[in-house]
Design a protein around this ligand. Structure first.
Ligand code: SF4
Length: 130
């Protein structure tokens, strides 16, 4: 039996459109958190999501980047895979200051290894030269 603090939190699973509202029991050891149990998940993926969300949450970042000499001023971009959630704000700042020269092709790498994550930021559409 442990005397570490335990909290009960509601968490919405975002893996599928069901959006199950799950009850998650979390043990706190300083900054470390550990899932003790998950309830009300509609399938096992919800439990996996809760464990990952508590121990190392990640997200795919989607935003836009400025285009120089393009037929439109911005191109939609996204990370090629998920990055740690705590890096999202800094990644957004980097991309807010970034610019790419037209033409841009869908899938083109706009930025490699953002914040040392080994994840690239890629264009999600074509932008022609003006
Ligand atoms: S727990 Fe399963 S059914 Fe519920 S939202 Fe997550 S993936 Fe969908």
């Amino acid at each position: 039996m442990t005397d570490l603090p335990v909290t009960q939190e509601q968490m919405t699973c975002i893996i599928c459109p069901m959006g199950c509202s799950m009850e998650v029991l979390i043990e706190h050891n300083g900054l470390d958190k550990k899932v003790l149990s998950v309830r009300d998940n509609g399938c096992p993926r919800g439990e996996q999501y809760a464990y990952k969300e508590v121990s190392h949450p990640t997200r795919t970042l989607t935003t836009t980047v400025a285009v120089r000499n393009g037929e439109v001023p911005l191109v939609p971009v996204k990370t090629s895979s998920e990055i740690p959630k705590h890096l999202l704000f800094n990644a957004m700042e980097i991309l807010r200051r970034a610019a790419v020269e037209a033409p841009v092709e869908c899938g083109q790498v706009i930025l490699k290894d953002i914040l040392g994550t080994a994840v690239s930021v890629v264009a999600c559409s074509d932008v022609g030269k003006k």
